[in-house]
Ligand binder design. Sequence first.
Ligand code: SIN
Length: 187
Amino acid sequence: MAFDTQAINKSRQNLTDYDEIWLFGYGSLIYKVDFEFIASEYAYITGFSRRFWQGSHDHRGTPEYPGRVLTLTPSSGERCFGRAFKVNHEVFEHLDHREKNGYLRHEIPIHLSDNRTVKGLIYLASPDNAAYLGEASIKDIATQIFNSSGPSGLNRDYVYELAAALREQDEVDEHVFEIEKTLVAMD
Ligand code: SIN
């Protein structure tokens, strides 16, 4: 699959057919909200875990020295906490551009805080995308993140801002917190 997923995403769902559109963010979409939304609340999805296995050539790294950002990996029995946004279909023009480095839109059930489950969308970067980096040790992931930066800033700030947002909601994500701890020790 090509690096730039914008054209593919446009043909994946017909967003104008949706009565309401919910987007679930699990990474930078939790704390960097640079799009309009109608409603927002904390939420979770099941069957996935966050992992710093996706390369970032455009935001937190460069084509020569990619950084590492989050994607989701299937993980039976796991619950991934994040933030749900009710949005208009127009915002996907911007979001598809923002998430263009290997992420595809997928439909997924989102569990909202009032026990409602809604059909929603996530941006997921699967192992067959050109920017995928895959599994590595916590030390190696942290070292790559520590040494990377791109147009959106230092790669380590992606980790720190996400960890702070999770902590604010009393949420624990061992993978994220382990990488944060390793980065702090390097700083
Ligand atoms: C997300 O936040 O939901 C997708 C990954 C990212 O943009 O960090």
